[in-house]
Write a protein that binds this ligand. Structure first.
Ligand SMILES: [Zn+2]
Length: 128
């Protein structure tokens, strides 16, 4: 399902279209956060700078989807959705491509899938 960027997430999705991960970094405490939001979830400060993420991370948890949520996804099952801890410290939920031996801490790298009018962030085992 295509995202519907809002004021907070528009910059993230524009960067993703260029195959980059742009994250918010708190001006006050320096922590990096995701998803984009107006205030820091750690210290409450408003505002942020942006930082470009490396796209590297590790697998935190995952689920293998066997029942398609929509008829259009029927040809894609089974597929894996994972929570990835990015090198910058925040977590992101995304599809895990390929068929790696999934385990806690598996090294992953961001990949980008261009759809007709938006780009999707996925992850795959690093080095594949
Ligand atoms: Zn903060």
């Amino acid at each position: 399902v295509a995202p519907q960027p809002d004021e907070e997430s528009a910059a993230f999705w524009a960067a993703v279209k260029e195959h980059r991960l742009e994250l918010q970094r708190c001006n006050a405490c320096g922590r990096v956060r995701f998803p984009p939001m107006p205030g820091c979830p750690y210290c409450g400060a408003l505002g942020h700078d942006t930082t470009e993420a490396t796209g590297s991370g590790t697998l935190y948890s995952w689920v293998v989807v066997h029942v398609p949520l929509t008829p259009s996804a029927a040809a894609e099952v089974p597929y894996t959705i994972g929570t990835i801890t990015l090198e910058e410290g925040c977590r992101m939920v995304a599809r895990i491509d390929g068929d790696p031996a999934l385990r806690d801490g598996l090294a992953l790298a961001a990949t980008y899938v261009d759809h007709a009018d938006w780009t999707e962030v996925r992850f795959a085992a690093e080095g594949r």
